[in-house]
Write a new protein. Structure first.
Length: 281
């Protein structure tokens, strides 16, 4: 298992629990928008087995509008400071360099940038200066038009090539190779067919040589797979069992970390996958 400095070293896939400090998240509808509720939820996720708690203040659901910088800072920094003060390994989910810098100063140990440095050209240099791990996700554009960019001839090959270009860029901006984690960006400029192909191609993407973060939890392609007989997609909150299956398979395929909403069962799943791999020698 690949190691990332500053985060737990385990012989299994790590589990990242999600805390959306937003009123419009697709997955929880603003349950943790209140600061106290967000802090409490983060601690609950750790108790359930989360290795990392990912705190975000801006929804990236399809069609979402961006929030102002000051609003994003006000949402995430107090939550990160409180959780870090309790010894929690916190990551910040942001596309803004200023938010990343403030979050690390508040105690965040990882920057999770869904744009891979494309949304804010200052991000790589800021992350380089902090020295914390940096999640570079495959991204083709903001939420309002990303579905229009879901055009591929060979999605696994193209995602791999585009991630490799982003890695080259962030390394040239001063980020060290040891800081880099890659995320294939399930659901971002990808339809259901693309998402399944990317999951099936995890081992090929791992050949890029960096730890992989997989975030399938409660995404639309799972709800559509589990649709009712009349074609109505299953609600996000009822796709957690399918998420478990993806977690186990992704961990078995070599993912470094899975990003999930329902931590406890997924923490069990990664341990099962690790035991399976150990038994194979």
């Amino acid at each position: 298992m690949m190691r990332v400095p500053g985060l737990p070293a385990e012989d299994r896939c790590l589990v990242m629990g999600v805390v959306n400090v937003t009123p419009d998240s697709f997955s929880d509808g603003g349950l943790w928008f209140d600061e106290a509720a967000a802090i409490r939820h983060g601690l609950e996720l750790v108790a359930e087995g989360a290795d990392i708690v990912d705190v975000g203040g801006e929804s990236t659901r399809p069609g979402a509008a961006r929030v102002a910088l000051d609003e994003e800072l006000a949402r995430v920094v107090p939550v990160i400071r409180a959780l870090a003060g309790e010894g929690v390994a916190v990551s910040v989910d942001t596309m803004r360099a200023e938010v990343a810098k403030a979050a690390v100063e508040a105690g965040a140990r990882l920057v999770n940038d869904v744009s891979g440095g494309l949304a804010d050209p200052d991000m790589p240099q800021v992350v380089a200066a902090t020295g914390v791990p940096y999640v570079v996700m495959h991204w083709r554009g903001h939420s309002h038009d990303m579905d229009n960019r879901a055009v591929y001839e060979d999605v696994v090959t193209e995602v791999g090539e585009e991630l490799a270009k982003r890695v080259d860029y962030v390394l040239a901006e001063g980020v060290s190779a040891e800081q880099v984690v890659l995320d294939p960006g399930l659901g971002f400029a990808k339809n259901a067919e693309h998402n399944w192909a990317v999951l099936a191609g995890i081992e090929r993407l791992a050949e890029l040589g960096f730890p992989l973060l997989v975030g399938a939890s409660r995404k639309r392609f799972l709800g559509r797979l589990l649709a009712d007989a009349d074609g109505t997609p299953r609600p996000f909150s009822r796709s957690d069992h399918a998420t478990l299956a993806v977690t186990a398979l992704a961990a078995r395929a070599g993912a470094w970390c899975v990003r999930v909403h329902e931590v406890g069962p997924n923490a069990d799943a990664v341990r099962v996958a690790a035991a399976w791999k150990r038994a194979e020698g």
